[in-house]
Design a protein around this ligand. Structure first.
Ligand SMILES: *[C@@H]1O[C@H](CO)[C@@H](O)[C@H](O)[C@H]1NC(C)=O
Ligand SMILES: *[C@@H]1O[C@H](CO)[C@@H](O)[C@H](O)[C@H]1NC(C)=O
Length: 158
């Protein structure tokens, strides 16, 4: 009898594990899909981040300005670029890009230091097709998103 219980327990745990597989595709209705899109878009595209006008500043220009938000005042300043993928939820994500190779020390670029992007793992969904006429297949995924830049000393080889 206890052996039978054990089997039940392991079956139960097994099905829990299957349910919690984060990358298993699931089928959702169009309503569900739209809700997901709405929820993710407002959560991840910061309205303060302006990506409509491409930021083409050079490091020298950034060094002269050094004002405004943190991305402009950082010694390793960065710009935002809109990354778009229609099969991803959210489809639009602002990716940070370092403006300088070096870092801005005393109002000029100093190549003794390096600007490096800092990444964060972001939970997204991928649209992978249809399950039926009016159901969509989505799969949870994680992607690395550059969210800013930091200043590091070069990794000199000894
Ligand atoms: C950063 O600087 C650029 C160029 O001056 C400006 O267009 C942009 O609005 C600034 N961004 C922020 C968030 O301060
Ligand atoms: C860059 O920084 C280093 C270390 O702080 C300093 O010795 C050097 O003079 C700087 N170079 C320039 C071009 O400012």
């Amino acid at each position: 009898m206890s052996g039978c219980n054990m089997k039940l327990v392991s079956l139960f745990v097994g099905s829990l594990l299957m349910l919690s597989d984060p990358t298993a595709p699931k089928c959702i209705t169009e309503d569900g899909l739209n809700k997901l899109i709405e929820e993710f878009q407002t959560r991840y595209l910061d309205k303060k981040v302006s990506v409509n006008v491409p930021d083409t500043r050079t490091c020298m220009q950034a060094a002269e300005e050094m004002q405004g938000a943190e991305n402009n005042r950082s010694v390793s300043p960065w710009r935002y670029r809109l990354d778009e993928d229609v099969n991803r939820i959210p489809s639009k994500i602002a990716f940070a890009e370092c403006i300088c190779q070096g870092c801005i020390i005393d109002k000029r670029e100093n190549m003794s230091y390096n600007s490096r992007s800092v990444d964060a793992w972001l939970r997204i969904y991928r649209k992978t097709g249809k399950c039926s006429e009016n159901k969509y297949k989505v799969r949870k995924d994680f992607i690395k998103v550059p969210v800013g830049c930091t200043c590091v000393v070069p990794n000199y080889t000894k």
